[in-house]
Design a protein around this ligand. Structure first.
Ligand SMILES: *[C@@H]1O[C@H](CO)[C@@H](O)[C@H](O)[C@H]1NC(C)=O
Ligand SMILES: *[C@@H]1O[C@H](CO)[C@@H](O)[C@H](O)[C@H]1NC(C)=O
Ligand SMILES: *[C@@H]1O[C@H](CO)[C@@H](O)[C@H](O)[C@H]1NC(C)=O
Length: 521
């Protein structure tokens, strides 16, 4: 009896445990959460995990498998120095191309910092064995070289849904005719007009050239500078085994996915935990409900323009609801219904039944969490994907939005929007319906993520999932050459027909002429 149990235990253990290397050099709080949660899920499932990132866990984790931090000391400081020129609140005043190019040079720099970090050099020259390398996709393609160095499959995490940056790496179709580019605004349910589709095509062409012919050659240089026998960057780029997407049809409009793309949107959300006592009491005692206000981890409320801070204070102070505001410094003249804190357990607050409204910058994590818990939002988008997220939430009927840079950012407008969201029940009904869809899945998103990462290792890189269209030239992919051939053939046929018809006509005319002449004589 005991022997059988022991054998079963041994079999389970040896079958399951694999070694995963996670490469996540990012100094952004929300990306760190996504990356950390993914790797922790693997360690919880009994795997041996090495987590490369700029920070270290304060306390050792209690996980079933080993979770080893490999801290890149000094990385954050270097990147923050390079970031000084970016005031995130002012970012979208720049033109689209200017913003793109400064973002790209920043990420090129941080990727280079990573590759040349002493600990990474040591890792690259070590004889460690890994069963898979996992990285987040963010203009850091040179990091794919780890999969070639350790000769193991590459798994990519995308913080967005399918999009024109991530699709080519596994040959997923860009549905240009009906899926809006992630920088374009518009109702995702409405078909695009001719002009919108033309713009959409234009955005996709820019992305294609930026990624494949501008960014990748630069990353090849980085690879060459860090590795002895550098592989070709295009071989690395089209070699990914799996792309995990932080999206779901309860959040985004549905899109086709190739078999090596899997949606795990919401996997980072844990079931709610107990709140600290002061917050619990504050929330429990709010008989008119609570408004929760946070601009996320990258944007700091304290950096907001003074006039905007004043508008928020006046409007929030006049509500009969209580307010919890993530604010990073003292706030003189703070009204008595407002509680401020530097850091807040956002998900546990959203889970509280008294929370009636969430005021957010509209980041992807926040909009996902609000769907999980079914709380309507007022979105105040500032830059990046936030305006598009806000617009999507508004079209889905569980949000209203107020552009941070808009001319209509006034006390009256803010007060109107907050009161509409608090008093009209339709927003809550819509978000509760989405919440139901979010939870209606065959497996939790976290279990789905672990299943597929294990699947890739079990099946030696799962190369049978790769589609044939992964790396054929664009003119073949979009049948441009076929259309040209058909056009040429049709033109030829038309040409021949015209020649023949005109000959016959001339001949007929000639005969008539001849007959007329004969008659005269
Ligand atoms: C965890 O680390 C210890 C010590 O380095 C090692 O003996 C053990 O095999 C590791 N566990 C797994 C699941 O790899
Ligand atoms: C990358 O970093 C190395 C070492 O710090 C440096 O020599 C090289 O010029 C950098 N390359 C780029 C493109 O920044
Ligand atoms: C491509 O992926 C396979 C595993 O699927 C790996 O063994 C190989 O080293 C990778 N090649 C490159 C060039 O990254």
């Amino acid at each position: 009896m005991w022997k059988t149990v022991l054998v079963i235990l041994c079999v389970c253990y040896s079958v399951q445990s694999a070694r995963y290397l996670g490469l996540f050099p990012t100094s952004s709080g929300s990306h760190y959460i996504l990356d950390f949660k993914l790797m922790k899920a693997l360690a919880d499932a009994g795997h041996d995990v090495t987590f490369v990132s700029p920070t270290k866990q304060k306390e050792p984790l209690k996980t079933k498998g080993n979770f080893t931090d490999l801290e890149l000391e000094g990385f954050t400081e270097k990147i923050e120095k390079a970031m000084v020129e970016f005031n995130l609140f002012d970012m979208n005043k720049q033109s689209f191309l200017k913003m793109m190019s400064s973002m790209m040079s920043l990420f090129l720099k941080s990727t280079n910092e990573t590759l040349h970090h002493p600990k990474i050099t040591q890792l690259l020259n070590s004889n460690e064995k890994y069963d898979a390398v996992i990285m987040e996709h963010f203009q850091n393609d040179a990091l794919r070289v780890f999969s070639a160095v350790f000769n193991c499959p590459l798994i990519i995490l995308s913080s967005l849904g399918p999009n024109s940056w991530i699709n080519p790496t596994v040959g997923n179709p860009n549905e240009i005719s009906y899926v809006r580019h992630f920088h374009a605004a518009g109702d995702p349910r409405e078909p695009m007009t001719l002009w919108e589709r033309t713009k959409n095509l234009f955005f996709h062409i820019i992305d294609h050239f930026l990624v494949l012919h501008y960014s990748l050659p630069q990353h090849q240089q980085l690879v060459n500078s860090a590795i002895k026998n550098p592989p070709n960057i295009y071989d690395l780029y089209f070699n990914a085994s799996l792309v995990l997407l932080n999206s779901h049809t309860s959040i985004y409009a549905p899109q086709p996915l190739v078999p090596s793309m899997v949606e795990i949107g919401g996997y980072h959300i844990d079931p709610p935990k107990k709140l600290p006592k002061d917050l619990q009491d504050f929330l429990d005692s709010a008989k008119d409900g609570v408004v929760y206000f946070s601009m996320g981890s990258n944007l700091k409320s304290k950096d907001m323009a003074e006039d905007k801070k004043k508008i928020f204070l006046n409007v929030l102070g006049s509500l009969k609801q209580k307010v919890i505001w993530k604010f990073e410094e003292d706030l003189p003249g703070k009204p008595s219904n407002i509680l401020i804190k530097k850091w807040l357990p956002q998900q546990d607050i959203l889970a509280h039944p008294n929370v009636r409204l969430f005021i957010t910058h509209g980041g992807l994590l926040s909009t996902t969490e609000t769907i999980y818990h079914g709380v309507p939002i007022l979105a105040i988008p500032v830059f990046g994907d936030q305006p598009a997220n806000a617009e999507r939430a508004e079209y889905a009927g569980y949000a209203l939005k107020l552009d941070y840079h808009g001319n209509d950012f006034t006390e009256e407008r803010l007060s109107y929007l907050i009161n509409e969201l608090l008093n009209n029940p339709k927003y809550r009904e819509n978000v509760q319906r989405r919440s139901k869809l979010f939870h209606d899945r065959p497996m939790t998103p976290k279990d789905t993520a672990v299943y597929w990462m294990e699947y890739v290792v079990r099946n030696n890189g799962a190369r049978h999932l790769r589609v044939g269209g992964i790396n054929i030239p664009w003119y073949q992919y979009y049948l441009v050459d076929v259309m040209l051939l058909v056009t040429v053939m049709l033109s030829l046929i038309l040409y021949v027909v015209i020649i023949v018809v005109s000959r016959i006509c001339r001949k007929l005319r000639g005969k008539v002429h001849h007959a007329k002449k004969l008659k005269k004589h």
